[in-house]
Design a protein around this ligand. Sequence first.
Ligand code: NDP
Ligand code: 2IT
Length: 444
Amino acid sequence: MNASEVISDLKRRFPGEPEYLQAVEEVLGSIEDVYNEHPEFEKYNLVERLCIPDRVFMFRVSWVDDSGKVRTNMAYRIQHNNAIGPYKGGVRFHSSVNLSILKFLAFEQTFKNSLTTLAMGGAKGGSDFSPRGKSDMEIMRFCQAYISELWRHIGADTDVPAGDIGVGAREVGYMYGMYKKMARENTGTFTGKGIEFGGSLMRPEATGYGNVYFLLNMLETRGIDIKGKRVAISGSGNVATYTAKKLLSLGAKVITMSDSNGTIYVPEGITEEQLDFIFTLKNVYRGRIREFAEEYGCEYLEGKRPWGCPCDIAMPSATQNEIDGDDADTLLANGCFAVSEGANMPSTPEAVHKFIEARILYAPGKAANAGGVSVSGLEMAQNSQKLSWTAEEVDQRLRGIMKEIHNKCLIYGKQDDGYTNYVKGANIAGFMKVARAMMAQGIL
Ligand code: NDP
Ligand code: 2IT
């Protein structure tokens, strides 16, 4: 089948999976040229095999809440592709989680991991369990229940989970503890672990810092200095807060942060002290961003996303499809000249089209947010060596990897008119490595 036949076929077979189909369509739309140059891909039905996950685990998790009530959730692990290395990807706990969302994330992860220069295949897992308002003991019991089923399908050289929305160091710790108990091994089959038991320095910072390093590479191509630039960030979780931290250290102004209830708008830019408040609010008290506005008396945009606030640069770092076509129009009308995605697929296809049409610097998540999984790969390397590297060493490697990903985007994404289409660049570079590996390994 050729690429468009694959898309129609997937639409027919998986009609209730819009996010998955959206991600597939975006990638296949941009690899057509290279695909047509390789007739052997069609002969081996490579695209269809690459789009459909190798396997999907889907199961019920039962756990007991603090009031003694027995609760159930749906849980999943998608092992998408392991042509270039063990399955690798995060775990998401959020009420919105379903098969379509995890399939899109595992598909994206395969191309992202291919770009990192490291040997990692693509996977994603999660549950529609919502950590919001749950006690620490409830979180622990849920994590243990999830792993009591999943543990037999993962392993240090098989499938290595990590964090994502709703899953941070606390949840990884509980899941890894249960995994170790069940599997009777201590080989580091999770990344994002605590520093005391095999975690890598800089893993918490990696996605946000990596996104800023990618942005700096993009700005350099146009000779733009980050200093003093107004950056709108969405989200206030792991990716958003470390993006903000790196930006502040470089003299940029972080003018917004948000959560699913609203946005704080600070036109003069938040201070380091205010950012520390957000870290504590989110990680210790697990509070809402509205409380920041109450503390500092800034503007709070209830129920709104940040994109109406005039900015130079947008760094969406919350969730998928959080910038639609109208938001893109507003950003562009306000003079935004760069968008670098911390979240996975935060821009709808309409928004992506508008950014590229407007010839702004636009980095898709699979390139810009690859720093997180890259440092996960470095955590796996350290665990294999039974060594821990210094923060400086990990940060140096992270900078090098982000530079390399940026170079690949330039190589495959440069257009005749000189504009770099980072979507095309990232998709082709990511695809070609996986495609070559799959061709070499035969029909599986
Ligand atoms: P966190 O759980 O730490 O933070 C998520 C943030 O996004 C919260 O502020 C949350 O607000 C907000 N958010 C989540 N879902 C929604 C929604 N449906 N609508 C509006 N806001 C929402 O997650 P991360 O920071 O780890 O992840 C953020 C994004 O980055 C995700 O797209 C993830 O896939 C991606 N990513 C994460 C990596 C990592 O290493 N952690 C690596 C690469 C990408 P609220 O509290 O109200 O839910
Ligand atoms: O989307 C992502 O890249 C992540 N959530 C991180 C995955 C990982 O294995 O570190």
